[in-house]
Write a protein that binds this ligand. Structure first.
Ligand code: NAP
Length: 294
């Protein structure tokens, strides 16, 4: 869909290409030292169509970047321990540098319980509650969830100033909303987090210089939510009955006011995949550096 004059459409694919090039440089330097960076994916999804599509896109991007990607199917009908023991084994495998667990998870297995099995050093999608804790404590060393980190990378790539600016995040999940808020805080933005019980959502959103929509509600953010000149980052992805992916932002409605916005698709999604690979390359680099130093 073309955007009418007004908001600049941020090209997530171009930003992703630059981030993948950075990851490829690190991967190449590691291979010269005889180390093949490797991302391992535990896959308990039993052929879920959306998950299969996402894993194919990660595999393809990893291959183009010189990073290995191994998918490990695990029977979701089996006990939860089949998933948690696979994650624990992958975490302990010295050939593996990054570990993620693909959703949807088997019934009864929470994202926090699965994430807790991933060693923080290999937790390249920030799934271990301990990684989020380190982020909250401002300790560094742990990786943020790739989507939350992608939000910051987009703002950085677009030269959007954050220090002293008002940022509003709609959504408070541990995978997107909370870590995005923490990362914005670390950039010295003044951050407000909204959720389904927020009163007067539109008025709160209108205070934002940077508005991050991560609710998973197509069209939630309209003209009434966006102040003139705001930058709008749309994290939402919802599959519509027609098979089209919809964001949380009504692009046509916010375009007259916003300075810039990320489209869906082609915005946050590709940057998330690139950031996951960048974090995998960084994990491999850190592992190699500490091996040399020990
Ligand atoms: P989630 O766990 O369902 O969290 C949604 C959040 O939005 C919750 O905090 C919820 O509030 C809030 N919310 C729901 N309806 C709202 C409303 N009407 N007004 C204000 N807040 C509302 O979802 P998630 O995992 O964070 O994902 C959010 C979206 O991002 C989804 O569309 C998902 O597909 C997408 N996503 C995209 C990527 C990517 O790579 N682009 C990656 C991950 C996720 P409560 O806490 O009060 O329930």
């Amino acid at each position: 869909m073309s955007t009418p004059p007004g908001a600049r459409r941020i090209d997530g694919r171009a930003i992703a290409a630059r981030l993948r090039a950075q990851a490829a440089e690190v991967a190449s330097a590691l291979r010269e030292r005889g180390v093949q960076p490797l991302l391992a994916v535990a896959d308990p999804t039993a052929g879920d169509e959306g998950a299969a599509w996402y894993m194919r896109s990660i595999s393809r991007a990893a291959e183009q970047t010189g990073i290995g990607c191994q998918i490990h199917p695990v029977d979701p009908a089996g006990r939860q321990e089949a998933v948690t023991s696979l994650l624990t084994r992958l975490s302990g495998d010295p050939a593996v540098h990054g570990v993620i667990c693909q959703a949807p998870l088997p019934p009864g297995l929470t994202a926090a319980a699965a994430g807790a099995c991933i060693a923080v050093a290999k937790d390249v999608d920030g799934a271990n509650p301990a990684s989020l804790g380190q982020l909250a404590a401002g300790l560094g060393g742990a990786f943020a969830p790739a989507t939350a980190a992608a939000v910051i990378e987009i703002l950085r790539a677009e030269g959007v100033p954050l220090e002293g600016r008002r940022a509003v995040v709609v959504g408070r999940s541990t995978v997107v909303g909370k870590p995005a808020a923490l990362l914005l805080l670390a950039e010295n933005a003044t951050v407000t987090v909204c959720h389904s019980r927020t009163a007067g959502l539109a008025a709160v959103c209108r205070e934002a210089d940077v508005l991050v929509a991560a609710a998973g509600r197509p069209g939630l953010i309209g003209a009434a939510h966006v102040a003139p000149g705001a930058v709008v980052i749309d994290v939402g992805i919802t599959a519509t009955p027609g098979g089209v992916m919809a964001g949380d932002v009504d692009e046509a409605a916010v375009t007259p006011a916003a300075a810039a916005l990320t489209p869906v698709p082609g915005g946050v999604g590709p940057v998330t995949t690139a950031q996951l690979l960048r974090q995998t390359a960084a994990a491999a680099w850190r592992a190699e550096t500490s091996r040399i130093q020990s």
